[in-house]
Design a protein around this ligand. Structure first.
Ligand SMILES: Cc1cc2nc3c(=O)[nH]c(=O)nc-3n(C[C@H](O)[C@H](O)[C@H](O)COP(=O)(O)OP(=O)(O)OC[C@H]3O[C@@H](n4cnc5c(N)ncnc54)[C@H](O)[C@@H]3O)c2cc1C
Length: 388
């Protein structure tokens, strides 16, 4: 067992860090408080080869590994936490599920703009009545000649205010086996987009309403029976969520460590107080142990798709570590940490959201428990089942 990055991975990490220092360090604080998808950063990253890292070369990507993409998130977030969103969007998010399952024609239509940083794609899974219980989703898709007609509503989708393309989970038929997904362009007839609402993290999302929304049948990504494959692709998104959570926790930790060496109270630097030293020891423990679980899940991903258990336990560890460390960093930095003059509070707010997004920490614990006991625990009361 080797706990080191390979020489190539180290070189890649250094190259990304240099890119981030040269291009993203200036303006990192302002970027954190600027709404909207940072397309300027996306275009820069596209030129640097940081979008499509995990997408095969024949599809125009870099043909790299999931671990490479994790390294990219870590290095970018160390300099500019907000810009790590672009690494997520260009490598781990719906783009990855799309690239995994799209037809050659679908890839040709959308991948070049996505990987050039010209276009954003948003994942639409959650609905007012289907959150953690995602298989209860009610948005329907019915074939009608050479079209598919969608009806329903979606909430909370990341980048929905800026996306030109939506990857929408739909129900073609009853039960889990009736679930699949459809690609919907922003200007599709019958799609209306509500006013933006903001999460505590500052991210905006818009409710999407599909009212007899018609798209060509060629826009079906996965037909009925596609749910399990979609979730296999979604585990990559969870690795990106984990990597960002941990990286933002570490960003805040570094700010707090620096602060504790400079800031003096009672005539001594803060780092000389044992009460704070122990906080740092606890923070380091959380970050380093979660990082091992993250690296295990990413490094062992087969065909680029990580295992459900290793993903769940890594996400759980990284979400908790990221938030708890960022929260503690704010405390160590006192009023400055709580102020928008510092990125510590931003890291705290963002990491808080990832304990809910992409499968909450409770749902990750449920998944871990299933492996521990080697059996499935149905969360529904015995008689209730998905809508038929
Ligand atoms: C920052 C952010 C970004 C998001 N981005 C997207 C996106 O891009 N696309 C998208 O489709 N959705 C997105 N979501 C929505 C997200 O996936 C849901 O919020 C999440 O799945 C939880 O669903 P819910 O909010 O309906 O909470 P609920 O499912 O109602 O859960 C409420 C609470 O109950 C707990 N709970 C529920 N069931 C169980 C159980 N069986 N056992 C134990 N505890 C349980 C949950 O963990 C949670 O704490 C995002 C959310 C956030 C916060």
């Amino acid at each position: 067992m080797d706990f080191q990055l390979t020489p190539e991975q180290q070189q890649f990490a250094e190259a990304v860090r240099r890119f981030a220092k040269d291009n993203l360090a200036a303006g990192a604080l302002k970027r954190a408080h600027t709404p909207g998808f940072p397309f300027d950063v996306a275009r820069l990253m596209a030129k640097q080869g940081l979008l499509g890292i995990t997408i095969p070369e024949e599809d125009g990507g870099q043909g790299g590994s999931l671990m490479d993409a994790v390294i990219a998130i870590e290095q970018v977030a160390a300099i500019c936490p907000r810009s790590a969103d672009v690494v997520q969007a260009g490598n781990f998010g719906p783009i990855r599920t799309f690239a995994e399952y799209a037809t050659p024609e679908q890839k040709q239509r959308f991948l070049p703009s996505l990987m050039a940083g010209e276009m954003a794609i948003s994942l639409c899974m959650s609905e007012p009545e289907a959150g953690s219980a995602v298989t209860e989703l009610r948005t329907t898709a019915k074939a009608d000649g050479r079209e598919v007609v969608l009806n329903g509503t979606k909430i909370f989708s990341t980048h929905s205010p800026d996306a030109s393309l939506f990857l929408v989970y739909v129900r073609f038929d009853a039960g889990v086996d009736g679930i699949g997904s459809v690609l919907v362009e922003r200007d599709a007839p019958g799609l209306s987009i509500g006013q933006p609402s903001a999460f505590m993290s500052g991210e905006d999302w818009c409710q999407l309403y599909f009212e007899n929304c018609r798209v060509p049948a060629t826009n079906v990504l996965l037909g009925p029976g596609g749910f399990k494959r979609q979730i296999a692709g979604f585990n990559v998104e969870r690795i990106g969520n984990s990597a960002r959570a941990l990286a933002l926790g570490r960003h805040a930790y570094n700010l707090a460590r620096e602060h504790a060496t400079i800031r003096k109270q009672f005539g001594r630097p803060l780092c000389e107080f044992q009460g704070l030293q122990w906080k740092f020891a606890d923070m380091a423990l959380k970050l380093e142990s979660a990082q091992l679980l993250l690296y295990r899940a990413a490094a062992r991903a087969e065909g680029g798709l990580p295992s459900a258990y290793e993903t769940a336990i890594a996400k759980l560890a990284c979400n908790q570590a990221g938030f708890e460390v960022a929260n503690e960093a704010v405390q160590v930095m006192g009023g400055l940490g709580f102020s928008q003059e510092s990125l510590a509070e931003y890291c705290m707010r963002r990491t808080r959201g990832w304990m809910i997004a992409g499968g909450s920490i409770e749902m990750m614990k449920n998944r871990v428990a299933e492996t521990i006991f080697d059996r499935r625990f149905d969360q529904r009361p015995r008689k209730a089942r998905s809508p038929e």
